[in-house]
Structures are given as C-alpha cells and as structure tokens.
Ligand binder design. Sequence first.
Ligand SMILES: Cc1cc2nc3c(=O)[nH]c(=O)nc-3n(C[C@H](O)[C@H](O)[C@H](O)COP(=O)(O)OP(=O)(O)OC[C@H]3O[C@@H](n4cnc5c(N)ncnc54)[C@H](O)[C@@H]3O)c2cc1C
Ligand code: FES
Length: 262
Amino acid sequence: MSQFQEKTQITRIERLTENIVRITLDSPDIASIAKPGQFVMIRTGNGKDPLLRRPFSISQTSNSQHFQILFKVVGRGTSLLAHSREGEYLSVLGPLGNGFRINCKSRNCLVGGGMGIAPLLFLAKTMLRKCPNTPPLVVLGARNREELTSLVYDFAELGLSAHTATDDGSLGHHGLVTDVLKNLDLGTNCTSYVCGPHPMMAAVHLFCKDRNYGCQVSMETNMACGMGACLGCIVPVTKGGYGHACTDGPVFDAKELVWEVK
Ligand SMILES: Cc1cc2nc3c(=O)[nH]c(=O)nc-3n(C[C@H](O)[C@H](O)[C@H](O)COP(=O)(O)OP(=O)(O)OC[C@H]3O[C@@H](n4cnc5c(N)ncnc54)[C@H](O)[C@@H]3O)c2cc1C
Ligand code: FES
C-alpha cells in the first residue's frame, strides 16, 4: 500500500466553532489514493514540541488534489495546528491504516459521535458514488447543538438528512445515538459504520450483535508512530492477543475486538 511523507501546503483554515477547526491541505499524492476511514499523521509543531505526530482521519478529499481534516482542539498539538496559517506547510504522513469496507448489498447506517463524525463524511460521499441506489442512513450525536450543527451541515449538502442526538437535548433526541438507532427501520440486513467515543461504539456493537447486523468500528486509540512500530495503539482481539489500531485498523469488524462491557 502506498504512503507518502511530504510537506503539504495548507490552502484553507476554517474555524467551525470556537474549538472545531477544518484544514484543507494540498496533496495530490494523498488525496488521489485515500480511502474512507484512513488517517494521516501530522507534525503539529516545529522541532520537538510536541515530539510526536498526531493522527487525524481524512474527512474528505476533492478532485484528487486536496484533502481535509476536521478536528477539535483538546491539547498542545491540536492547539498549534489550529493556529497554523494558510500557505504554511505541514509535514504529513499518509494515508495510513485500513479503512471502511463498503457493502452496497446491505442497508448502510453511518453512526458518528463527536469528532468521530469526521471520517464519516468521506465515507458518505464514497457510498453515494459506489451505491447510488441505496443512500446511507446517518445518525450523529454530539454534546450540544453548536457542535452538532457544525458537523451535520456537510451531510445536508450531500442531500443526507441526519438523525441527531445531543447530550443536553439542544438538538434532536435528548440522549444517546443508540436510542435513535432503536427507532429506525433498519430492516434485516444492515451494516453500521461507527466512529466515536469507545462506550458509544461498544453500545452500537451490542445493538448490531443482537440483531445480527454487520458493524465496523474505527478505533481512535492513542498513537505514537502510526506505522506498527511502537505498540502504542494496541487493542485486544477476540482471536487472542492484540491488534494494532494503526496497521490492522483503525477500522475493525466489531466482532474481531474484545469489548469491555461495564
Ligand atoms: C486514527 C485516528 C483518527 C483521529 N481522527 C481525529 C479527527 O478526525 N478529529 C479529531 O478531532 N481527532 C481525531 N483523533 C484524535 C486526535 O488524534 C487527538 O485529539 C490528538 O492527537 C490530540 O492531540 P493534542 O496534542 O492536541 O492533545 P494531547 O495533549 O495529546 O492530549 C489532550 C487530551 O486529549 C486526549 N486524547 C489524545 N488523543 C486522543 C484520542 N485519540 N482519543 C481521545 N482522546 C485523546 C488525551 O488523553 C488528553 O486528555 C484521531 C485519533 C486517531 C487515533
Ligand atoms: S501507533 Fe505505533 S504501533 Fe500503532
């Protein structure tokens, strides 16, 4: 699988909310081969602060020329990235990992929570192209209206109206995305494509397992190298031992993983 490490120019920076930022990068090498669910490792600062690259999902590509990342500022690396300027160059490694496997023969349901929504936009676009007769259902959850509105907008532009849930009830269902899933007509042959906080993915996995639905999850573990060299991203797997989220994932069949049920 091809991967590139290159200096990539920032062509656009958009602040969607106070702490959610979208950056467009000019990279035909990465944009032309990236698959939904794959990620890039980005050096967010100069020199050794922070030392390690940070992982970000590819949230969409355009014209095999540009790709975008969509992220929330949570610490040093994301804060530095948010303060980059258009025209600057970033050192980017990617595309990395294994993405979602699209099944056009099933009812497809994209389920995103918080910044886990980022890779689902690329997936939705690709599904609409590959499976034009079966547009996916979209179920998105976030903390509040402000966060969710900024993330839902792009799906609406694709003609996909998302079923929504917020923790505080300020938009859509007041509660969990799994409550929303239970009220949808998903038929007997459905596959969920999930990215979000671990407890949410565990709940969607159980929901799908009970109904014999397919379920693919994207594991956003901590990552130091992104290339299988550091063991920083290991996840327990049902066949025994551990898998690397960076090289075996980040997208796994949920049944391949050991889920801690609390
Ligand atoms: C494959 C993959 C794809 C990702 N895609 C996106 C994306 O599209 N958009 C986005 O906003 N974030 C994404 N993340 C998470 C993102 O990498 C982290 O938020 C980022 O590395 C934090 O860096 P920082 O230096 O700002 O924060 P740090 O100073 O490193 O950490 C600040 C806080 O964030 C927590 N944190 C760090 N990494 C993660 C993580 N992976 N998951 C949950 N909490 C974390 C830390 O525990 C700490 O509490 C992805 C992670 C992975 C592994
Ligand atoms: S991040 Fe280093 S092995 Fe996966």
